[in-house]
Design a protein around this ligand. Structure first.
Ligand code: NAD
Length: 368
C-alpha cells in the first residue's frame, strides 16, 4: 500500500481544530500518511519571527502536496497575506473550488454543481502597491499624468491590477482541460472587459482564442456583475467558471453560499507539480478554540487531495461518508442544522467521530 509524505499546516484561528478533525478522518480511511508539520502566519511569527519561514516553503517543495488550514491576514497593516505569498512563491496558479450541493446542506437550490477556477497569482492580488504620500507613489502619479493626461489625486493609494496574456492563457487552458477530464460541458469566462479593456479585455481575448482549441466544450463569457445576478437566480445554468483573481475570490464565496455556506466548500491551489489543499473559509478568529465550527470544508479538501494522489476509491468512500453525515443531520455543526428535521448540533471533533464511524461501517460492508 502507498504511503504519502504530506506537509500539514494547521494555520491559526479555527485552523488547528479543522485540520486535526481532517487528519483523523484521512487516517481512518486506511491510507498511510507521513505528516510533516509546518507553521505559517501568526503561528510561525510567534515561533520564528516571520509568518513565512523558509522551512514552510522547503517542506512543500519537497513533499509536493500540502494540506493547509486557514491563516489570519492582518487587515491594513502587519505582515502581507501568507496565502498570497504561498501562491505566488510556489506558482500555484490555479485555485480550484468545487461548489456542489450535498443533500441536507442548507440551501435554497436543488442542483448546483459549479466548479470555480480562479487565477491565483496576479490581478489586484499581485501585491504591487503604492502607499499614499510615499515618494515612489508621487513618481507614479506624475508618470500617469504625463502619459495619460489623467490627474490622480495626490492623496491616493494605488494597487496595480496586472493581467498578463501568459497567466490568462494557462488558467483558461487549465479550466478547459479540467472540463474535458471531468465530463463537464461548459466553461464560462468572467470579466469586466467593457470597462477594463487592457486587463480584463486581454483576459477575455486570450480566453476566446484558447477556447478555439476545445470545440468539444461549450464556451461563453459573462460580465461579472451580470454573473452575480444570474448566479443567485439560476445557478444551475453554470458549470465551470474561470475568473481572474479578485472576481474568483468573491464569486467562490458566493458559490459557497449557494450550496450551504463556507462550512462545506473545499478548495485546492495547484501549480505544475505542487498542490496545496485548503478550504475556502478563513480562520474565523471569533470561534477559535471552541470546538464549534464545521470541519467538512477541510475534510472535502482532503477528499480532493486523495483524488490528486490517485486514491480515487478512497476519496469516493470518504466523500460518501461525509455526505451521509450531512444528510442524516445527527452530527452536524451549527451552520448545517437548517435543512434537516430534528438536526442535532455537535462540535468539530464529534463531526470527525461521526465520519469515522461511517467509514468503519462502509469498510465492514463494502471491502475496498
Ligand atoms: P472567515 O471565513 O474566517 O469567517 C467568516 C464567517 O464564516 C465566520 O465568522 C463564520 O460565521 C463562518 N465560517 C467560516 N468558516 C466556517 C466553518 N468552518 N464552519 C462554520 N462557519 C464558518 O472570513 P473572515 O472573517 O473574513 O476572515 C478571517 C481571517 O481569515 C482573515 O484574517 C482573513 O484574511 C483570513 N482568511 C484566510 C484564508 C486562508 O487562509 N485561505 C481564506 C479566507 C480568509
Amino acid at each position: 500500500m502507498n504511503a504519502y509524505n504530506i506537509t500539514l499546516i494547521p494555520g491559526d484561528g479555527i485552523g488547528p481544530e479543522v485540520t486535526e478533525a481532517t487528519r483523523r478522518v484521512l487516517e481512518a480511511t486506511g491510507v498511510t500518511f507521513h505528516w510533516e508539520l509546518a507553521y505559517a502566519g501568526a503561528a510561525a511569527q510567534d515561533r520564528f519571527g516571520t509568518p513565512t519561514p523558509d522551512d514552510l516553503f522547503e517542506s512543500i517543495r519537497k513533499n509536493k502536496v500540502a494540506l493547509k488550514g486557514p491563516v489570519t491576514t492582518p487587515i491594513g497593516s502587519g505582515f502581507r497575506s501568507v496565502n498570497v505569498a504561498l501562491r505566488k512563491e510556489l506558482d500555484l496558479y490555479a485555485c480550484l473550488r468545487p461548489c456542489k450541493i450535498y443533500p441536507g446542506a442548507p440551501t435554497r437550490f436543488k442542483d448546483v454543481n459549479i466548479v470555480v477556477v480562479r487565477e491565483n497569482t496576479e490581478d489586484l492580488y499581485s501585491g504591487i502597491e503604492f502607499e499614499k504620500g510615499k515618494p515612489e507613489t508621487k513618481r507614479l502619479l506624475e508618470l500617469v499624468s504625463e502619459t495619460t493626461g489623467e490627474v490622480v489625486r495626490a492623496d491616493s493609494g494605488v494597487s496595480l491590477k496586472v493581467i498578463s496574456e501568459t497567466c490568462s492563457r494557462r488558467i483558461v487552458r487549465f479550466a478547459l482541460n479540467y472540463a474535458r477530464a471531468h465530463q463537464r460541458k461548459k466553461v464560462t469566462a468572467v470579466h469586466k472587459a467593457n470597462i477594463m479593456k487592457f486587463s480584463d479585455g486581454l483576459f477575455l481575448a486570450t480566453a476566446r482564442e484558447v477556447a478555439k482549441d476545445y470545440p468539444d466544450i461549450e464556451f461563453e463569457d459573462v460580465i461579472v456583475d451580470a454573473l452575480c445576478m444570474q448566479l443567485v437566480r439560476n445557478p444551475s445554468r453554470f458549470d465551470v467558471l474561470v475568473l481572474p483573481n479578485l472576481y474568483g475570490d468573491i464569486i467562490s464565496d458566493l458559490c459557497a453560499g449557494l450550496v450551504g455556506g463556507l462550512g462545506v466548500a473545499p478548495g485546492a491551489n495547484l501549480g505544475n507539480d505542487i498542490a496545496v489543499f485548503e478550504p475556502i473559509h478563513g480562520s474565523a478568529p471569533k470561534y477559535a478554540g471552541q470546538n464549534k465550527v464545521n470541519p467538512i470544508a477541510m475534510m472535502l479538501s482532503g477528499v480532493m487531495m486523495l483524488r490528486h494522489l490517485g486514491e480515487t476509491k478512497t476519496a469516493d468512500r470518504l466523500e460518501r461518508a461525509i455526505a451521509e453525515v450531512i444528510a442524516e443531520g445527527k452530527n452536524v455543526t451549527y451552520d448545517l442544522k437548517l435543512n434537516v428535521a430534528n438536526a442535532q448540533v455537535v462540535g468539530t471533533s464529534q463531526v470527525a467521530d461521526a465520519v469515522i464511524k461511517k467509514l468503519e461501517e462502509s469498510s465492514n460492508t463494502k471491502p475496498n
